[in-house]
Design a protein around this ligand. Structure first.
Ligand SMILES: Cc1cc2nc3c(=O)[nH]c(=O)nc-3n(C[C@H](O)[C@H](O)[C@H](O)COP(=O)(O)O)c2cc1C
Length: 353
């Protein structure tokens, strides 16, 4: 998988076959992007068209928007979930459409933890590693985030079981795999991040303690689905209302990545949310690559040349694109044709096209 220390001449828009995902139409991946377009938390036919349009135009792998594993896990208006029969049926329409268009599709399984509000959890109190409320205002409803309940160790097992059930329902819904969202300040990241995790039991404190819940979660889902179907997303350096790195970035990477490898993980997605890639993920990926000999994903609005360079230096295997795939459903074809790209504008989020 890894092409480290060797300058290659690969083209990210060419088809590529690898032992984990099999044949892919290109090395371009659609990043998870919440669109709040589900109806009663059920995926719609418009969502099937939206995702399959990107697959038809050559995206190698599609990762869906954040999908809640339980009602307490939710944190967005009109977000899809994967709990009920109708939600599974709704997702099946999406996966069928993407497969018909020749694509591969993973479901991003998410638990928002304390980055939520009772408006989005069917009235239940959000949960977290801590009982401290997240700072700031929830932009979704202009309210402060709800004060979370600190998860007990028994409740942590329940959360992992919800993920396990959701992952098996993803298989019923026809997904090719799942991405476990451990980035961007959501529940697993609320354990990883020393500025949030204030526990004094074995799920907090040391690096080993803070990594325990995310590692247990990854192990259980890997056991359930197998190595070809599980990806993890982390964001050790990112922009989310401010730029920051995990305070103990190097030590965390040196412990977490080999532990994920040992748990059997073979696909890792390093994100920076909406930051400049080279200031954040690009820097992390240069530290992570020597520790991660398996499939590595990274990117954030990279030019084709920059993306090619990252792949050809062996730093990443697959390149993730978010906003440019909203403004250019045919991004892969435009890259192939050296055509101009349509610029992304936030008002494009008003419609699902
Ligand atoms: C509208 C929007 C929604 C997003 N929702 C999610 C999400 O649900 N899960 C996630 O992991 N990242 C989410 N992100 C972050 C993207 O996956 C991506 O990492 C980020 O946009 C940077 O990539 P880009 O510069 O190519 O857009 C979202 C980004 C945008 C713009």
């Amino acid at each position: 998988m890894m092409t480290k220390n060797k300058i290659n001449n690969l083209n990210i828009t060419d088809p590529w076959e690898n032992s984990i995902l099999g044949p892919m139409n290109s090395r371009i991946v659609m990043s998870a992007m919440t669109r709040s377009a589900a109806r009663n938390n059920v995926p719609t036919s418009e969502m099937a068209e939206y995702y399959s349009r990107r697959a038809k135009h050559g995206v190698g792998l599609i990762i869906t928007e954040s999908t809640a594993t339980s009602s307490t896990a939710d944190g967005f208006p009109n977000a899809p979930r994967i709990i009920t029969e109708s939600q599974i049926t709704g997702w099946k329409k999406v996966t069928d459409a993407v497969h018909k268009a020749g694509g591969i599709i993973f479901c991003q399984l998410n638990h928002c933890g304390r980055i939520s509000h009772t408006d989005y959890t069917d009235g239940q109190q959000p949960v977290s590693s801590t009982d401290q409320r997240a700072k700031g205002i929830n932009k979704r409803n202009n309210q402060p985030y709800s004060k979370p309940k600190r998860l007990s160790q028994i409740e942590l097992k329940d959360v992992i079981n919800e993920f396990r059930t959701a992952a098996s329902k993803c298989m019923l819904a026809g997904f090719d795999g799942v991405e476990l969202h451990m980035a961007h300040g959501y529940l697993p990241d609320q354990f990883l991040d020393s500025r949030v995790n204030d526990r004094n039991d074995e799920y907090g404190g040391t690096i080993e303690g803070r990594c325990r819940f995310p590692l247990e979660l990854a192990s259980v889902i890997l056991e359930e689905l197998g190595e070809n179907k599980v990806m993890v997303r982390i964001s050790p350096s990112r922009w989310m209302g401010g730029a920051y790195d995990w305070p103990d970035l190097d030590e965390m990477l040196e412990y977490l990545l080999p532990s994920l490898d040992k748990a059997g993980l073979r696909m890792l997605d390093i994100s920076c949310a909406n930051a400049n890639y080279f200031d954040t993920s690009g820097r992390v990926i240069r530290k992570a690559r020597p520790l991660w000999p398996h499939l590595l994903l990274g990117g954030a609005s990279l030019s084709k040349d920059d993306a090619q360079n990252e792949v050809n230096q062996g730093l990443v295997d697959l390149v993730t694109y978010g906003r440019l795939l909203i403004s250019n459903p045919d991004l892969v074809e435009k890259f192939r044709a050296h055509a101009n790209l349509d610029e992304y504008h936030p008002n494009m989020l008003d419609r699902l096209e």
